[in-house]
Design a protein. Sequence first.
Length: 541
Amino acid sequence: MAQTFYVNPVTGSDTNLGSQQAPFKTITQALKVAKDNTKIQLAGGNYNAASGEVFPLTIASGVTVVGDEANKGDRILIEGSGNYLSRTFAGQNVTFVLLDKAELRGVTVTNLASRGSGVWIESTAPTVANSTFTNCKREGVFATGEANPVIVGNVFSQNAANGIAIAKNSKGQILDNTYFKTGFGIAISDTASPILRDNKISENRSGIVISGSSRPILRNNVCENNTDDGITIIGTALPDIGSTNSPGGNTLHNNAKFDLQNASSNKLVSVGNKIDASKVTGNVEFADSSVPTPTPTPTPTPTPTPIPIPTPTPIPIPTPTPIPTPTPTPTPIPTPIPIPTPTPTPTPTIELTDIANHWAGAFIRELVKLEIVNGFPDRTFKPDATMTRAQYAALLVKAFNPSPNRPAIKFKDVPANFWASKVIQQAYQGSFLSGFPDNTFSPNKNIQRVQVIVSLVNGLGLSGDGTATIKVFDDQAKIPDYAKDEVIKAIQKEIIVNHPNLKQLNPTRDATRAEVAVMVYQALVDANRVAAINSPYIVNA
């Protein structure tokens, strides 16, 4: 028999029976007593830790939490975050966890925690309908594992990373949602294959980003007025945007860079879509006569425009332990990493000549597209060369732009006119790098592999759940004591790359430019800022 509980954060009490006349005060209490086929009706108000909520709020199978569907959850604000241990993505900051056949309707959800997600769906088939997700520090809804949700009629705005992220082998139906002024409207990765229909996606960084080897189906969506691309496709992804028997009906219009960018390794076939062919790049075939095929030019195919990355909110983190290294020997000052100057219009990226068959080539190319690293004037990257601590500081600043969380310091071996003095100071104040006990920074000494690992873990405030172990390495005894905890966390976050032997960490060996690039890229993957790239050399738990 169906049952309804009522919740009012202003007039309710958790000692009440939860009736309309005597409502509960918290959603937390209502969820404790709810059973299958229970509806929890929310009154207007703010639901947060101050009102007694304990996050994350887990909606059990067969339970519906509902506010005001007609107004997309207006005046019913649920704001908060709690730790959730995901089977596929480790520890997360989450407002709601939805189990199978759970429903969340007519509420507004905000998660202000660092990298916070509004709703987490993992290998379940719930419904999220007629709600608003705004100001989440990562995305509104994250679906992963074997998830198969129905996400319909929602509004996603001003979320730091994505409106919706769909990962792993998730499916589901993403229907009639609105996305504006958020990071990526929809991000689809791994082998996910959801159906996207009737979504309206505008004024975001990019409308839809499709990566990995995902296979989504897109019908009757509108992507317009986004500040970068309408749809971006990378990796081996191959979306279905229309066929002869089922025309796509998608409209891609007036996006700042490209309406459609196919940077994947596959040919994309478009049938029955409204797309300006002059704003298409990559291997795209227009199979219907309604869209003219652009005239080929004799110029080489340009490297795709960089995929935009939403800048994450700075994460407050404790001061890391200084990284000890041997006393540096005098070395000539190497050429600093060239840092490209952004231009107001997209320009083709120069193809580097020495990474085509390199094991880290795909990672380096993506970082070049993102203007985080660049090649040298002779069009080489020198992937197997070493990198100095000063060069590494410059790379960190380009990748993460850290905000200061500790006072500036004057290193006695970094004069004000040194080329990297400002980036060294920013990396130090952002807690990515530290000096040495003698008040030196050793800017011209090569960075070691273990120092890169410690730097990324501490600078990004990464945490782990203790399930990983350094016993995966044959040379674990060589890991310095100060770095063991950070190495374990980096394993869980899949940041460490070991080439050519996955079991050899080589912690105190100087890092190559390729190794640094891949580990920085993996940190960006963990932050959900770029799509994952498959590699047999990435260490995982």
